[in-house]
Design a binder for this molecule. Structure first.
Ligand SMILES: *Cc1c(COP(=O)(O)O)cnc(C)c1O
Length: 364
């Protein structure tokens, strides 16, 4: 058997008539930049998440950058975030000349530990940027309360948690700003790069709408130094075609995750808090003999991935921040043991059985 880590071709086969129709519409109208599907998508995302304002943009990374830019984050500022994430969530802070200030994670959820945040707040702190990792929303109430009492902004990096629930509310609607990514393998993916920013305040949405087109307010009138960070019309069309199927896909992902967790042996399976529903952007377990398992599973046609092997404070690009091995022990331990298994709504039952049987045999 040869299993795909994320099976995007089966998904395309299932919805191809809707996707092809949307793409064809853009080709026929030749409205490649800021065509009508972009506005239509923003409206659908707004309805889906119940976030007051949504601006579609060019990627999850740019969505984060735009959020920090609209808050005016700059050189000398600090932003509190997690060291256990994809590089982009801290990269954007550093890109603007600000300092990522790391706080270790909760060993059960792998999200930033809210109890450790307060001691890292200084007069230079501008925002808290938690990441809802692997599809589970972080402790937003605790983080928002802390931010409110210190007058800080909160940006939820919901690149992996679009569609996830937190106390019956949707990820992306829970804080002053939130961002997501439509990278093809994310829970809601397009066919290239794409992203969105979710705002509670109209002024933020207006500024971001302008920042994505070189800070223009009107054609050739530039209020800000901005970016070229628009979402392509074709990508908006792909997302409009896929969005109606998302909830069914998320249900299926949750069933697959539950079946893994009930049957996998000798490993730490994901823990989802009672008051939330994960979308399982990754199904990640923890094992002791990771390297050996990875190569044996690979030989059997079972791909795996490590999210993430090096915590951000130990990345070469961040060496100037002065962090050292041992600074964030939970992130460091988890990064040595974490292992993601194939996950997509189109993973077949027989494929999952094959993965579980071979994993348990190799890991016994
Ligand atoms: C994927 C991802 C991003 C970046 O999104 P892109 O669309 O690839 O730029 C940022 N943060 C997290 C946590 C991600 O998983």
């Amino acid at each position: 058997m040869k299993i795909e880590f994320v099976n995007l071709s089966r998904q395309y086969q299932a919805y191809h008539q809707y996707i092809d129709l949307q793409i064809q519409k853009t080709l026929t109208q030749s409205s490649f930049i800021m065509g009508e599907q972009v506005k239509a998508l923003e409206k659908e995302l707004q309805v889906y998440t119940k976030s007051p304002y949504v601006v579609a943009c060019s990627s999850g990374t740019d969505a984060l950058l735009l959020s920090l830019m609209t808050l005016g984050v700059q050189k000398g500022d600090e932003v509190i975030t997690t060291p256990f994430s994809f590089f982009a969530s801290s990269e954007v802070i550093a890109f603007l000349g600000a300092r990522p200030v790391f706080v270790d994670i909760d060993e059960k959820t792998y999200n930033i530990d809210p109890l450790l945040i307060e001691e890292k707040i200084t007069p230079r702190t501008k925002a808290i940027l938690p990441v809802s990792l692997f599809g589970q929303v972080c402790d937003m109430d605790e983080i928002n309360a802390l931010a409110l009492s210190y007058g800080l902004s909160v940006i939820e990096d919901a690149s992996q948690s679009f569609g996830a629930l937190y106390k019956q509310r949707k990820s992306c609607s829970l804080s002053e700003l939130a961002t997501t990514s439509f990278f093809p393998s994310k829970p809601l993916g397009c066919y290239g790069d794409g992203g969105a920013v979710f705002c509670q305040k109209e002024e933020h949405a207006q500024k971001i709408s302008s920042l994505i087109k070189h800070g223009q307010t009107k054609r050739y009138e530039h209020r800000y130094i901005g970016l070229n960070a628009r979402l392509d019309t074709i990508q908006a069309g792909v997302l409009l075609a896929k969005l109606p199927f998302l909830d069914d896909e998320l249900k299926r992902r949750q069933e697959i995750a539950q079946y893994y967790s009930q049957n996998l042996k000798n490993c730490v399976v994901p823990m989802v808090s009672q008051d939330r529903e994960s979308v399982f952007a990754q199904y990640s377990i923890r094992v002791q003999n990771r390297d050996q398992l990875i190569s044996k599973l690979q030989e059997l046609g079972i791909p795996t991935a490590v999210h993430y092997p090096i915590p951000l404070h130990l990345q070469e690009a961040f060496s100037y921040l002065g962090y050292r091995l041992g600074d964030f022990p939970v992130s460091e331990r988890v990064s040595k043991e974490i292992l993601s298994l194939p996950m997509s709504a189109f993973l077949l039952q027989e494929e999952q059985e094959y993965i579980i049987d071979h994993f348990n045999f190799l890991n016994s």
